[in-house]
Design a binder for this molecule. Structure first.
Ligand SMILES: [Zn+2]
Length: 144
């Protein structure tokens, strides 16, 4: 059996570089504020009238700001395996971009394993597999 191609579960939200994946945000060309998910129509900075954006790969590491566990099926655009398996969610603060990015934490890591301020890095994992391909999503993993 041949391996199925790996594709992004959310097209254009992150790179598919398995060694060093990066989330893809957008940077306002006027005030340099970075947004994730991508902002493409207008800048949310109230002091800025920028309407042009460029793609901005985000930092691969950040620190835990908060975490929780999802013991219920999350809303779209999150797609969960069926049957649903509870998982940990971390809000990770990216220092350079000064933003918090939510993500599922890799399997086996419980809320009680994480501490606020702990360093995390971005990894790719399989969200689910269908007939055509393996759908990939980003996850946060504690830095060893
Ligand atoms: Zn702006």
């Amino acid at each position: 059996m041949t391996a199925k191609p790996k594709v992004a579960a959310l097209e254009g939200w992150f790179t598919l570089d398995e060694q060093a994946p990066q989330l893809l945000g957008s940077r306002c060309k006027t005030c340099a504020t970075v947004y994730f998910p991508k902002q493409t129509s207008f800048c949310r900075n109230p002091a800025c009238e920028g309407t042009e954006f460029e793609e901005a790969p985000l930092s691969r590491r950040g620190r835990v700001w908060s975490c929780t566990n999802a013991s219920y099926q999350p809303p779209e655009p999150f797609v969960a395996p069926d049957p649903f398996v509870p998982f940990t969610i971390a809000a990770v603060e990216l220092e350079a971009e000064r933003m918090v990015v939510l993500g599922q934490v890799v399997a086996g890591v419980e809320v009680t394993d994480l501490k606020v301020g702990q360093e995390m890095e971005l990894v790719l994992d399989t969200l689910y597999t269908d007939d055509e391909s393996e759908k990939m999503i980003w996850k946060w993993k504690p830095v060893a």
